[in-house]
Design a protein around this ligand. Structure first.
Ligand code: HAM
Length: 419
């Protein structure tokens, strides 16, 4: 028989690790819902055109798309990110603005798998459409910061930059092009290819021969219009006011083409530099229009869940903790008593599991131990006959076992577990 494994860059997340993922999603949801964001759920598959709006000079679009023709011969793709999908949804449904939404879920990019870089990876994020105010940039950045704090992460750097207004950006791109063209063969071949498509992207190169030419390249701040400079100054003042430490990184451009004005990235200091972006985002005024909607200001971020959890592992915070069971029912009288008692415990809000297949007392007690339950509730022949059950604390220092009427088991455990 053939055997199968997950495809490269894809992973199974098994319990108890999966419970940690859900806790992370819950913490994120709590953080952003407390700030007025509602969850948006968009399909995993969209028309390829939705994603080509991300920018045809980005690797995400040119090399990494999981695209195919469906049975109706539509050219579609698995989503490589959610911002374009959210803007497509906005253009389609025209909700009232400000539209503040959050999301969580998998994305797909055909990248070279390595630690912290997967082909299926999970993101949590927010997008806000219809608000052109630097205070919102501050709110959005602060939410991500608060989320990292809630997980217990400390070794996170926030870097920010502004790409200016579209005209500033264009003037800067032209200046960069002239600068890098003058360098000629001094750039690596890959960067020369990138230069032809989008000079900004050359700044992303981590290849050694490119480093000195990137260092001597012009910086965007010199091209900021008064309006863009004022917006960026207000963002920085807001972050200062909230006590959120940040560094202005004048060469930060981010890997997607839709950004204008404020951009930011969170770097995990414990991760390898090639994969140290825990999350990032920025303004993308213009993307909704590119997707057929009205001119709409937009800003948001996405945080990589896989990398965030790697950073948590490195820092020894937000550890995996399976849900503790309150009871494990051991019934060696055929199982009918366990059916009722387990259901009763569960409907009273207690977490309960049980043994099956009428296994021996020894085998079921082994399962009870392994389950991590705080108590075993045991029904043998005597207890069945008397209408009682033995409640046995599973940790040695939690007292002795007791035989009590079966009808008292729920109340007894509720008292013990304070549920
Ligand atoms: P991004 O920088 O492409 O931005 O991705 C955001 C985060 O997703 C990254 O910082 C990283 O943590 C994680 N990530 C990306 N690719 C991978 C991968 N192959 N494996 C593991 N993790 C990965 C966006 O996606 C934008 N949509 C963010 C945004 C929202 N901008 C405005 N709104």
């Amino acid at each position: 028989m053939p055997t199968f494994q997950t495809s490269p860059g894809m992973r199974d997340i098994l319990p108890p690790e999966s419970a940690r993922w859900r806790r992370l999603h819950n913490i994120f949801a709590d953080t952003v819902e407390a700030a007025g964001y509602g969850q948006v759920m968009t399909p995993l598959i969209e028309d390829i055109g939705v994603f080509t709006r991300i920018g045809d000079a980005t690797d995400v679009v040119t090399k990494e798309m999981y695209d195919f023709h469906d049975k109706g011969d539509r050219h579609v793709s698995l989503r490589p990110e959610l911002t374009a999908s959210v803007c497509r949804a906005f253009a389609e449904h025209r909700p009232i603005t400000p539209w503040k939404v959050w999301y969580a879920g998998p994305n797909f990019r055909y990248e070279k798998p390595q630690r912290g870089r997967f082909r299926q990876f999970d993101q949590v994020g927010v997008e806000v459409l219809g608000v052109d105010d630097a205070d919102l940039d501050v709110e959005v950045i602060a939410l991500a910061w608060e989320f990292y704090r809630a997980l217990g992460l400390q070794q996170v750097n926030l870097i920010v930059n502004s790409l200016g207004e579209p005209e500033d950006r264009q003037a800067y791109v032209d200046a960069l092009r002239s600068h890098f063209e003058a360098v000629g063969d001094g750039l690596t071949e890959q960067s020369r290819v990138t230069l032809a498509k989008n000079p900004l992207r050359v700044l992303d190169s981590k290849r050694e021969p490119d480093a000195e030419h990137i260092a001597s390249a012009p910086t965007i701040a010199d091209f900021h219009s008064a309006e863009a400079a004022a917006h960026f100054a207000k963002v920085q003042a807001g972050l200062d006011a909230l006590g959120i430490p940040f560094t202005v990184e004048p060469k930060l451009v981010r890997g997607l083409d839709y950004y204008r004005r404020t951009i930011f990235e969170f770097q995990g200091l414990t991760l390898d530099s090639a994969q140290n972006a825990l999350g990032g985002g920025g303004r993308y005024d213009g993307l909704v229009e590119a997707l057929g909607g009205p001119a709409t200001a937009g800003i948001g971020f996405a945080l990589g869940v896989d990398r965030t959890l790697l950073a948590c592992d490195d820092e020894g915070v937000f550890e995996s903790a399976p849900r503790v069971l309150d009871a494990f029912v051991v019934d060696v009288t055929g199982g009918a008593a366990a059916v009722e008692l387990t259901a009763e415990l569960r409907s009273a809000g207690l977490a309960a599991d049980r043994g099956f297949e009428n296994r021996s007392m020894k085998a079921q007690m082994k399962l009870a131990n392994r389950s991590g339950a705080t108590h075993a509730v045991i029904i043998g022949a005597d207890e069945l006959a008397d209408g009682t059950a033995i409640v046995k604390p599973m940790s040695r220092d939690a007292g002795d076992q007791q035989t009590i009427p079966r009808s008292d088991v729920v109340a007894h455990l509720q008292q013990k577990t304070e549920r």
